[in-house]
Design a protein around this ligand. Sequence first.
Ligand code: UDP
Length: 256
Amino acid sequence: MSTDRKTEVILGLPVDQLSYEEILSDLPIYKTAGKQMRLTSVNPQILLHASKYPEVCEYVKKSTHRLPDGIGVVLVSKLTTGTITDRITGYDLMLQLLAYADRHHNRIFLYGAHPDVLKKTVEQISRDYPHIEIVGHIDGYHEAGEAEVVEQINLAHPDFLFVALGFPKQELFLSRNWEKLTVPVIEDVGGSFDVIGGAVKRAPDFFIKSHLEWAYRSFSSPKRFKRAFELPVFLVKALWVHFFRFLKDKGARDSE
Ligand code: UDP
């Protein structure tokens, strides 16, 4: 449990400076301490829209690891003399957690996505990670109420819970239920099941390496097209808020 972790506030929400290694090394430490790990992606979409959902903001604040998910977050940090240098994507972290769970013969539960995508995700994970026990899965379009979902998850005793309902559904579900969930590690993973289950292709390596995955995904899906415009809006808004706060603080200092 890193005590010297640096946290920055972007558009009112905390984002942690983290590395994949640090998160993985926290797993046994949290386990020994009997503390739940809540890994939450903080991407430009959440930072732009979370203020409409106070529960989502609360959940991000109460999460143990707030992932700097997206090049936009890294850029804002750099331009405001922050210290976040690397992004942690929810999808890549999920793969690292799956590899860890495979090495440790852990149990996982999958919640979210369309039933056929979920089925393919279960099959793919079973093929790629033969030592993982998938102890349950519920699709994201089921009729069951939240209490029933929580009960099913708890009864299955997973070590890891991956929630793939997209923003803001997954954060809202977790904000209402994280205290009832007896799962040691919870990650919200957005559209990751779509990628693992093969419904959506990940961007080619060139786009990932050039930090342009967001552009590839936005322009290759009509549903995501408007997201292409969210990144510049996010950058301008985050920098403006930072600059405004700087001017306000300077004004207060000058008048002392
Ligand atoms: N989803 C779901 N139930 C819903 C709405 C969405 O299970 O009521 C799933 C959807 O099928 C997809 C995932 O949530 O697998 C994430 O969707 P999106 O691509 O919007 O999220 P992002 O990757 O941008 O976070």
